[in-house]
Design a protein around this ligand. Structure first.
Ligand SMILES: [Zn+2]
Length: 190
């Protein structure tokens, strides 16, 4: 895949690994090294807002190489894959998003929930996802944010088999932090 220089942006701190405050270096599933040129991967971060304290907490973050992301996606039931596709087609204005893409900043791209339009601050919980290439964010497929409410809605539409796969992924990788982690698995959306 070829990229335009202007489609590649520096990875912002917001998408760094929460633990060591640096860009992710390895895939959470297969340990593939990610920062070499042309390596595609996704970065996801799930956060929770505490408006009463004015703070945001990172609940879970990771990088997943494209091969592993595809593999996970292909394990979903066909029914769920179709459900997801329909849901996004119905709820996201892809055309206007594609139109805005050229002068979009990363912060703009994730400032509102892709589906509900809620702002980051309005969401109790949210997930940010970015498509990266080597040490850059790929704006050809701009980062997005989904609110916890929307994620839950999506999760509930999926088949049991798909929910099991998602649950399996999260329970394999997340560090159990009792009290912080809510028992709601999230999605890996490709
Ligand atoms: Zn991988």
């Amino acid at each position: 895949m070829k990229y335009n220089e202007q489609e590649l942006r520096e990875i912002p701190k917001r998408l760094y690994s929460y633990i060591d405050e640096k860009p992710f270096t390895h895939c959470i599933e297969c340990e593939k090294y990610l920062l070499s040129e042309g390596t595609e991967y996704l970065v996801e971060r799930i956060c929770k807002n505490y408006p009463e304290y004015g703070t945001t907490e990172t609940i879970f973050d990771y990088a997943l190489c494209m091969e592993c992301a595809m593999k996970l996606h292909s394990q979903m039931s066909l029914e769920s894959q179709r459900t997801l596709q329909n849901y996004f087609m119905k709820n996201i204005d892809l055309e206007s998003r594609a139109h805005k893409k050229n002068n979009l900043t990363i912060e703009d791209a994730i400032s509102n929930c892709l589906v509900s339009g809620k702002t980051l601050n309005e969401c109790k919980e949210y997930q940010v996802c970015a498509h990266c290439v080597g040490d850059k964010v790929y704006m050809g497929n701009p980062p997005y944010m989904l609110s916890g409410v929307v994620l839950e809605e999506i999760m509930n539409m999926l088949s049991n088999k798909t929910q099991d796969i998602m649950n399996g992924f999260y329970s394999r990788h997340r560090t159990p932090t009792p009290g912080i982690y809510e028992p709601d698995p999230r999605l890996v959306l490709v």
